[in-house]
Each structure stands twice: as structure tokens, then as C-alpha cells.
Write a protein that binds this ligand. Structure first.
Ligand code: ARG
Length: 462
């Protein structure tokens, strides 16, 4: 098997069926630049340990540069007989710099420690990109909040009107989970900051190579893995990344669901920008929230990527097993999914038009100020249990007589309970209700302004 990484102990080459099953170049070819980066570091390690002369190292590095160049231009492609990116690159290097020198690079390393390292390098780069996209989305939510400092809306629990809130408060409620996702990516990056390179197949290298050199060369701040078996066998770093990706998907999906709801004719809180909505092939009037729906759908896909990966890992004995090759497609899919979804989603949020009059009209409906009646009674010295009863009786009265809470006469109030007087009407406005919730984290404008400042501080600390 010409140009293969193994074969001497085999009587013949692999069957075509095995080759088709085993081949991973159609998805791991994109790891070539990381593999080459690893090879440069490894070559320098070999030179430091005396296995490559200075001139040989120079030619080796030049050859690796040439491969990277040919990979970038698309001129170099894996051959059908290449099992994976590692084999394909070694074969290409042998052609580039000759078999004698090229054949020295593989000493003291294995595809097992290589692949564990490359996936980390790949994920680290993409985590940074996804983090930047998340920041942009948080920025779009914050900008919408800033643009609507006084807009009110019905706050809901169980999807029922609960208490009136500021739109800005609700928008920021979607920003905070994304801030935590950013923090999760940062925390993940710390655990991913160790280099498996040098672990060899599983037991470490006998050639006197220093894994710390390679780790430093590749920018792994915590140094090499502490245990060569763990280094090659574990993929929790990959699974954790897939979890964060799935969580981001879920957080987008929950906002997406609200946008879809707000965009219905019945609710009418938002209009989507034409550039961020789609039409129907049959119904000319349609303008659909497809970005939000795709976000909701892709959350399912991201959860699938995570569960598929976890299921692959469960039950694998130490150390490397070929099952581990199955970690890449799900996590690549998670990365690619977020990288196409986030920019579109951010554009949709940034260009949303809010219909603040419609929101204000609905804010007091559904007796959403009933809690304010109870709280007003508490401030008059009524125990909350009784206040809740009185306010509930007022709601029942209003529901029967088709009135809003402020509309019954003073006599009707007194008939419900003598402690309920006309003075309660002073809190029966959306603005009054919102302004009263001024404790930290509440929906009053002053509390929301403080929250908004905290958001900037948390982002600045990341
Ligand atoms: N392509 C493999 C992977 O993605 C790495 C190769 C290790 N193969 C082996 N037979 N030990 O995990």
C-alpha cells in the first residue's frame, strides 16, 4: 500500500469496503493546517532531541510550509487511498522533501496523540469565532434595549399575562444566558489548554522528546497532559464544547420562539425586516420568520450532536479506540451550524421593529396589575394572605362585570373589603407598577439601567 502509514505486517492492502468505511479525509482534511502546525512543533522537538540536523529541520519546515500553501490553494487534495488527514499529509511530505527525510517526522508520535491535539487546536480557534458572534448578538439585544428605554409590555408566566414589564428588561433577560455561554466558552478554553502531543499511541515516547516543548510551541499554556493514556483516550473536552454549543442553540431557540410568537398577527409586537424574513411560493402575502424557525430547528440538531458524541464515548475502554474518530463529524457540525446561524440571527434581532403602542395596549390586560393591588394592601398593613384574597375577589368581580381593576366604584371596592379604598387606583397603572419594582434585578427603569451597566461590566471582564 504505497504511501500508507502501515502495511508491512499485512499480506495485502485493505479491501475497498474497509477503505470506504475507514476513510475520514472527507471531514478531517480541514484539520490539515492544524496537523501541519503540530508537525512543525514536533520537528523542532525532534531537532532539540538530536534526531534532526539543523539543515534537515530547515528542509522539513520548508516542506511543511509548502504543504500548507498547497492545501490553502486547494491544489493538494487527499487521494482515495489515504485513510485520514495524517496519512495523506505524510504521503505528500514524502513527495515534497523525499522519503528519507520525510520518513523521520513520524518518530515519537502517533495519530492518537496527534488527533487529540488537532481537535483542540481546531475548537480553540472556532470557540473564539463563536464567542465573537455571541458578543455581536448580545450587542444587538442591548442596542434594542437601549433604543426602547420606556417601552412596556405584558410579562408572562405560563404564557399568560402576569405583570407588566419593560421591553428592555425582557430583551436583557435574553442577553444574560448568552453572557453565561460566553463565560462557559472561556471556562472550557482553560480545560482545553493542555497538549496531548507526546503521549504517543498511549504510553508516552521513549525517544527522550519533551512534550512541554511541543505544548509551548502550540500555545497550550497549561503544558502537556499529565497522563498519556488519558491524553489519547479522553474526549470530554470535545463533549463539553458540544454541550456549550447545544446550550447556545437552546438559548437562541427560546428567543426564536418568542420572536415567532410576537410576529403573529394576533400578538403583533414586532415586524421583521424584509432582508431577514422569507416569502411563500404560493401565498403572496406571506412574510415568514424563517431565521427564528431555523434557529429553533437547529437547536435540535445541536442537541443531537451532543447526545451522539456522548453515546459514542460511553463504555469505551482505555485507551484509544477507533470509535473516537466519530467525535469529529458531530462537533464540526455543531461549529458549522453556529457559525452560519449566529450572524443571521443577530441580523434579525438588530433589525426587528417593535410596535410599542401595541405592547403598551396589552400590558395592563388580563388583570396583570392584581399583584399591585395586593402589594398596595400590604403597604396599608394587611397581611399578604388576606391581601391576596381581597385582590382575587376584585379580579372575580371585574371579570363578572366586564371591568378593569381601576373601574369599580369606591362603594364596590368597599363591598369587597372595607380596606380596599379608591386610593388603590394610584398603583393601577402600568407605569406605576413597573416603577415600583425598583429592587436590584427588577423591571423599574432605574434597576434596568443598573442592570445594563452590569452587562457591560461582565462583558468587559471576559
Ligand atoms: N483518524 C483517527 C481519528 O480521527 C486517528 C487515527 C488513529 N487511528 C488508529 N488506528 N490508531 O481518531
Amino acid at each position: 500500500n504505497e504511501g500508507s502509514l502501515w502495511g508491512a505486517r499485512f499480506a495485502g492492502g485493505p479491501s475497498p469496503e474497509l477503505q470506504r468505511l475507514s476513510r475520514s479525509t472527507h471531514f478531517d482534511w480541514q484539520l490539515a493546517p492544524y496537523d501541519i502546525r503540530g508537525s512543525r512543533a514536533h520537528a523542532r522537538g525532534l531537532a532539540a532531541a538530536g534526531y534532526l540536523e539543523a539543515g534537515e529541520l530547515e528542509r522539513m519546515l520548508a516542506g511543511l510550509d509548502a504543504l500548507e500553501e498547497r492545501w490553502r490553494s486547494g491544489e493538494m487534495q487527499p487521494r482515495p487511498e489515504d485513510e485520514d488527514v495524517h496519512g495523506a499529509l505524510e504521503a505528500a511530505l514524502l513527495v515534497e522533501i523525499g522519503a528519507e527525510l520525510g520518513g523521520k517526522l513520524r518518530a515519537g508520535r502517533s495519530r492518537n496523540d496527534q488527533i487529540a491535539t488537532l481537535v483542540r487546536l481546531y475548537l480553540r480557534e472556532h470557540a473564539a469565532r463563536i464567542g465573537a458572534e455571541l458578543r455581536a448578538l448580545i450587542g444587538a439585544l442591548a442596542a434594542q434595549a437601549d433604543a426602547h428605554p420606556a417601552a412596556v409590555m405584558p410579562g408572562r408566566t405560563h404564557l399568560q399575562h402576569a405583570q407588566p414589564i419593560l421591553l428592555a428588561h425582557h430583551l436583557l433577560a435574553h442577553a444574560w444566558p448568552l453572557v453565561r455561554d460566553l463565560e462557559r466558552l472561556r471556562d472550557w478554553a482553560v480545560r482545553a489548554d493542555r497538549s496531548p502531543y507526546g503521549a504517543g499511541a498511549l504510553a508516552g515516547s521513549s525517544l527522550g522528546l519533551d512534550p512541554a516543548l511541543v505544548a509551548a510551541d502550540l500555545g497550550f499554556a497549561l503544558g502537556p497532559s499529565e497522563n498519556s493514556i488519558d491524553a489519547t483516550a479522553s474526549r470530554d473536552v470535545v463533549a463539553e464544547f458540544a454541550y456549550v454549543a447545544a446550550q447556545i442553540g437552546i438559548d437562541l431557540s427560546r428567543l426564536a420562539e418568542e420572536i415567532i410568537f410576537w410576529n403573529t398577527r394576533e400578538v403583533g409586537f414586532v415586524t421583521l425586516h424584509d432582508g431577514y424574513s422569507t416569502g411563500s411560493s404560493i401565498m403572496p402575502q406571506k412574510k415568514n420568520p424563517d431565521i427564528a424557525e431555523l434557529a429553533r430547528g437547529k437547536a435540535g440538531r445541536l442537541i443531537g450532536d451532543l447526545t451522539g458524541l456522548l453515546t459514542t464515548l460511553k463504555g469505551l475502554p482505555l485507551a484509544y479506540n477507533r470509535d473516537l474518530q466519530e467525535d469529529k463529524e458531530p462537533v464540526f457540525d455543531a461549529v458549522e451550524t453556529l457559525e452560519v446561524l449566529l450572524p443571521a440571527f443577530t441580523g434579525m434581532v438588530a433589525t426587528l421593529t417593535f410596535h410599542v403602542e401595541r405592547m403598551a395596549e396589552l400590558a395592563p390586560q388580563g388583570f396583570s396589575l392584581a399583584t399591585d393591588v395586593a402589594d398596595w394592601l400590604v403597604r396599608q398593613g394587611v397581611p399578604f394572605r388576606e391581601a391576596h384574597e381581597i385582590s382575587g375577589a376584585l379580579v372575580a368581580h371585574c371579570e363578572r362585570s366586564g371591568l378593569e381593576l381601576h373601574e369599580p366604584s369606591d362603594a364596590d371596592y368597599a363591598a369587597i373589603d372595607p380596606r380596599l379604598t379608591g386610593a388603590v387606583r394610584e398603583v393601577l397603572t402600568v407605569e406605576g407598577s413597573i416603577a415600583s419594582r425598583s429592587a436590584a434585578g427588577g423591571t423599574a427603569a432605574s434597576a434596568v439601567a443598573a442592570q445594563r451597566a452590569h452587562l457591560d461590566e461582565r462583558l468587559a471582564a471576559l
